[in-house]
Ligand binder design. Structure first.
Ligand code: 5GP
Length: 190
């Protein structure tokens, strides 16, 4: 998506460890009009996939997921990263190693918000090694729901996540695909 690539070029910064910082429009400050455009693009890409529900992980996946849900007219559920007193017994859970924070998060979704009748679209801000998506797939499997596809805002194609998802035969659509972050330069896949 040209618009997204331009935005990454002009506002993104590369940090050590192959981390791309996009906190001017996605990961801290959020540009709602731009998120709306990303949501419309996801809806276009998945409009024929009979999606009934979108799953993401808090917090950075929520903004693009909500706008995709708005355009696909389906509910959006975010996995919580922390156990809370009101949210502990009736949940599906998975462990997710965070690439950026280098900690393992326990993620969970209340059983009321996913069922075997669902065909789920996973949306996330970044795809690196695919751990967040793998955790959500564990939850989808536990709920005996179907996976309709994975939509990613920014894919770091030089890491393992892309292959992990497509090897399972799952439809993957990434709005921007980064070939390399070498020398602090963002290079996209043509
Ligand atoms: P994965 O689970 O695919 O290894 O990593 C995906 C998660 O890690 C995303 O949900 C995102 O929060 C975070 N992440 C991975 N790489 C980057 C990056 O380069 N920049 C930012 N801001 N977050 C990243």
């Amino acid at each position: 998506m040209k618009l997204l690539e331009d935005r990454i070029k002009s506002e993104g910064t590369v940090l050590p460890g192959n981390i791309l910082k996009v906190d001017r429009f996605l990961n801290h400050q959020i540009d709602p009009a731009f998120m709306d455009q990303l949501g419309a693009e996801f809806a276009k890409l998945f409009k024929n996939d009979h999606i009934t529900r979108i799953l993401t992980v808090e917090s950075s996946g929520i903004a693009p997921a909500v706008f995709a849900g708005l355009h696909l007219n389906v509910p959006v559920v975010f996995a919580r990263k922390h156990k809370s007193l009101t949210h502990n017994s009736n949940t599906y859970a998975a462990e997710v190693y965070s690439y950026t924070k280098q900690v393992t998060n326990h993620i969970s979704i209340d059983k009321r918000f996913i069922s075997a009748a669902d065909n789920v679209l996973i949306i996330d801000d970044f795809l690196a090694n695919g751990q967040a998506v793998a955790g959500l797939l564990d939850i989808i499997n536990a709920a005996e729901a179907k996976i309709g596809g994975v939509g990613i805002v920014i894919e770091k194609s030089f890491q393992d996540g892309h292959r992990l998802i497509t090897d399972k035969g799952i439809k993957l659509e990434s709005l921007a695909r980064i070939k390399s972050l070498d020398n602090n330069q963002v290079t996209f896949i043509e």
